[in-house]
Design a protein around this ligand. Sequence first.
Ligand code: IPE
Ligand code: IPE
Ligand code: MG
Length: 245
Amino acid sequence: MTDLILDRERMPLHVAVIMDGNGRWAKKKGLPRLAGHNAGMKAMKKIVDHSDKLGIKYLTVYAFSTENWKRSLAEVTGIFKLLVTYVNSDLKELVENNVRVKVLGDYSSLPADAVRSLERTLKETENNTGLQFNIALNYGGRDEIRRAVEAIGEKIRRGDMEPGDVTEEAIGEELFTGRLHDGFSPDPELIIRTSGEMRLSNFLLWQGAYSELVFSDVLWPDFTPEEYERAIAEYQSRDRRFGGR
Ligand code: IPE
Ligand code: IPE
Ligand code: MG
């Protein structure tokens, strides 16, 4: 492992990853897209383990977007089946490794067996105190902000809040990553996207306001702990100014 190049004093607290390129990975190998998603799950598992080893406190992965429903039924149901397999087969290990799993997004519209597996995982890991592993599922940044606006509108309607109370903090609290929610996490210092695409695709639009973006050309199933460390090293080389001079 190349982790000697990392500055342990400057590790990001929260890393978010857009796991992209499963389809292209499969195509390159002449395999069905689902084989790519399966390989992607394996890559994800290694990154979860490695985040814990690096002392990262929060890892958020973009697993399924609100726009991914546009894909074929076979691909969508296949992705959720793989997810069920992953959480069921890894639950024991996640518990042993003290990982706390959270979901960002409204997962209630997923297939019933996926909802069941996720709920079991959330419940069995809820008291763990190690890495918080957020899985963004049926997640969209705009959907998340829309829900926050609706919740705030409802509070104002009930008279529990004044329009003047709508601060950035108040909006942040209503997001899936907000203090009022189960997935509470600080804003990610670093967002990594694989597969060479350079866009956010509706990921963490609010929370990513000042995140450093690192793009890797590697397709997600080929993304290794070494690549991950390279991305973190790139983050550590950046000069974060937050609008200051
Ligand atoms: C990312 O890989 C996984 C999901 C979006 C679920 P893709 O399936 O988007 O792979 P490409 O972009 O088609 O290669
Ligand atoms: C973003 O990837 C969503 C996930 C990785 C889950 P997409 O492959 O859906 O994004 P676009 O369509 O290339 O923007
Ligand atoms: Mg893609």
